[in-house]
Write a protein that binds this ligand. Structure first.
Ligand code: HEM
Ligand code: HEM
Length: 204
C-alpha cells in the first residue's frame, strides 16, 4: 500500500489530514462561538488558551498538508466529471485552503495585537507575538476572524453538499476515495450507467 495519492484515490496521509483538520475546525468553531459568552476571569482562561493552542496546531497541520499535497499530487478527476464542474471544485478547494490558513493567522494576529500576555501552547512554551499591541489591527483581525469563519462555513456546506450529491445521486467514487477503507470497487469511479431501455411491450 502506498502512502501517496494514486490516480484513482486519496492516500492515507491526505485522508488523515482532511478528516483530522475537519474535526479540529468543528471543535474550534463550537468553542469559538460560545467562549465569547464566558466571563473573562482566570477560571475560564484555559478555554481561550485551548482554542488558541488548537488553532495554532491547525495552522501547522494545514502547512504540512499543503506541502504533502504539492509532493503527493492528487487523484485524476472522477471519469465523466464535466470540465466546468472540475474547475468549480478546484477553485473551491483552493479557497478552502486559503480560509483554513486565514483563520489561524487572523486569530494569532488578533491575539498579538491585543497586547495580552503571550499564551502558552498547551502549557508548553510561550507563543511569540506577531505584532506589538495595536488597537486598529486588533479590530481588523477580529473582523477577519469572525467573517472569515462565516465564509468558511458557507463554503464547507457547498463542498460537503457536493460530496454527498456525488455519493448519493451521481453514485460515483468522489466521497469513497476520500474515506479510509479498501479501494473503491471497479466502476465506482465511473458515473452510473443509464438504466436499460425497456420497451413496455417486452414486459410479460
Ligand atoms: C482554524 C483555526 C480557527 C478557527 C476555525 C477559529 C474559529 C473561531 C470562531 C468561529 C470564533 C468566534 C468568532 C466570533 O464570533 O467572534 C473564534 C473566536 C476567537 N478566536 Fe479563533 N479560530 C481559529 C484559530 C484561532 C487562533 C490560532 C487564535 C489565537 C492564537 C484564535 C483566537 C480567538 C479568540 C481570542 C477569539 C475570541 C474573539 C472574541 O473575543 O470574541 N483563534 N475563533
Ligand atoms: C472544515 C471542513 C472541510 C474542509 C476545510 C475541507 C477541505 C477540503 C479541501 C481543501 C479539499 C481538496 C483537497 C485537495 O485537492 O488537495 C477537500 C477534498 C474533499 N473533501 Fe473536504 N473539507 C471539509 C469537509 C468535508 C466534508 C464534511 C466532506 C464530506 C461530506 C468532505 C468531502 C471531501 C471530498 C470527497 C474531497 C475529495 C474531492 C475530490 O476528490 O475531488 N469534506 N476538502
Amino acid at each position: 500500500m502506498t502512502l501517496k495519492n494514486t490516480a484513482d484515490r486519496w492516500g492515507p496521509v491526505s485522508q488523515a489530514f482532511h478528516w483530522i483538520i475537519m474535526l479540529l475546525i468543528l471543535g474550534l468553531a463550537t468553542v469559538g462561538l460560545t467562549m465569547g459568552e464566558l466571563p473573562k476571569t482566570p477560571k475560564y482562561f484555559w478555554v481561550f488558551t485551548a482554542h488558541k493552542s488548537i488553532g495554532i496546531t491547525v495552522l501547522v497541520l494545514v502547512l504540512a498538508r499543503l506541502a504533502w499535497r504539492l509532493y503527493a499530487g492528487r487523484p485524476d478527476p472522477v471519469p465523466g466529471t464535466p470540465g466546468w464542474q472540475e474547475r468549480i471544485a478546484s477553485v473551491t478547494h483552493w479557497l478552502l485552503y486559503a480560509l483554513i490558513l486565514l483563520m489561524p493567522v487572523s486569530g494569532w494576529l488578533y491575539d498579538s495585537a491585543s497586547g495580552l500576555r503571550p499564551f502558552r501552547w498547551f502549557g508548553l512554551f510561550d507563543m511569540p507575538k506577531l505584532v506589538p499591541p495595536d488597537e486598529g489591527l486588533r479590530g481588523l483581525a477580529h473582523e477577519v476572524h469572525e467573517w472569515g469563519f462565516w465564509v468558511l462555513a458557507a463554503l464547507v456546506c457547498v463542498h460537503a453538499g457536493a460530496a454527498l450529491y456525488h455519493h448519493y445521486f451521481q453514485r460515483d467514487a468522489t466521497l469513497l476515495r476520500m474515506l479510509p477503507g479498501g479501494s473503491p470497487r471497479i466502476g465506482d469511479n465511473a458515473p452510473s450507467p443509464p438504466a436499460p431501455h425497456r420497451n413496455p411491450a417486452d414486459v410479460p
